[in-house]
Design a protein around this ligand. Sequence first.
Ligand SMILES: NC(=O)c1ccc[n+]([C@@H]2O[C@H](COP(=O)([O-])OP(=O)(O)OC[C@H]3O[C@@H](n4cnc5c(N)ncnc54)[C@H](OP(=O)(O)O)[C@@H]3O)[C@@H](O)[C@H]2O)c1
Length: 424
Amino acid sequence: MARAPLHLKLNRSIVAYAKETEPRVHLPNKTPLNSRVLVLGGTGRVGGSTATALSKLCPDLRIVVGGRNREKGAALVAMLGESSEFAEVNIDNIKSLEAALKDVDLVIHAAGPFQQTETCTVLEAAISTKTAYVDVCDDTSYAWRAKSFHKKAVAANIPAITTAGIYPGVSNVMAAELVRASRGDGRGEPERLRFFYYTAGSGGAGPTILATSFLLLGEDVIAYNKGEKIKLKPYSGMLTIDFGKGIGKRDVYLLNLPEVRSAYEILGVPTVSARFGTAPFFWNWGMVAMTSLLPAEFLRDRSKVQKLVELFDPLVRGIDGIAGERVSMRVDLECSKGRSTLGIFSHRSLSVSVGTATAAFAMAVLEGSTQPGVWFPEEPEGIAIEAREVLLKRAAQGTINFVMNKPPWMVETDPKEIGLGIYV
Ligand SMILES: NC(=O)c1ccc[n+]([C@@H]2O[C@H](COP(=O)([O-])OP(=O)(O)OC[C@H]3O[C@@H](n4cnc5c(N)ncnc54)[C@H](OP(=O)(O)O)[C@@H]3O)[C@@H](O)[C@H]2O)c1
């Protein structure tokens, strides 16, 4: 029997406690919120890291590690301790999904890739079993398909967030806060919002992230220029961006990421784009070469991309040892009165910080910040405005640099941007 959605049994004292505390949040040891959270893809890097972060953030939660591989699941459960268990789940099998969601209060879907996936089986099962939902989707089509279940989620009284995680996820909340601050302090109307991301190698994430990157190379990039939707070539439009302390200047390229459309539609900024870059530099060249040499149909074919991943994964892992796992996000907002502000979030390890960030979203849902429906992170009904600060503080645990609402000259090592004269 499915339980009532968690937001109906809010624990206000936990919310208040979280609001009072500084970055390192320790929830009370004996929280009455000893809910069950199922982490799908829990045997993978992002899911495993999320389960670990959640159990640290809120030791009273019961964590169910969901996956197809019992051995991998058992290893994580042994590490997490008594409050965790493993459940064998294949997300392509509705029966196995619904059985796993029984008596679960929140499901976190990290069993990617989300690219070229035609159905939202986990969200549908969450709605039918009345279970709160968070995913770490990083694909535009999937995210908007999830959004199309909004009315069903409202009818079922289920809070759901799509595109949680670090990017997208925390970056959307950073953008929402930059826009809100700019409108509040008379900086003028927001005119241009740009997301810049950098991850060294695979960022320590699992093989799925490699598949994700290759599949994204097969998608036209959707960006917005002065209110007009434009299509651009993937991994084009290189800019050299200064990510500040601990990261420095990095080359970034256009990619089709879901936060561009959600920020455009929800935050109402007329020009929005997203760029990504990796290291060592030759991986960027490899991505440019793949985009030019391989037909887009090949790059959109999951089984062909899977074969590419099998080929490249050992090499990427080998070079990861030298490249490290650092991750950085820089969100830039320019306003009509010529003033610019930005937010930067940098961490030594993508795989660790994505878990911390996803756990922060999960806690926000458990604490009742999310209304029934399917929401993007920048929607106030998804993460309530008053809950954003706590979410960002929790997500920023362990960062080497986290700044918000600063002018570029205060954080850059050299405020000059070298680019190709592309406006988006
Ligand atoms: N939003 C963000 O900030 C963000 C950041 C990084 C990554 N991501 C996304 O997170 C996802 C996971 O990345 P990762 O690095 O954790 O990949 P990973 O290590 O390869 O893990 C993927 C997991 O999904 C599981 N899985 C795959 N298909 C499944 C199925 N049919 N049923 C049940 N489980 C299944 C795998 O289980 P098996 O062991 O059984 O194969 C594995 O545990 C990717 O889609 C990636 O793009 C999002």
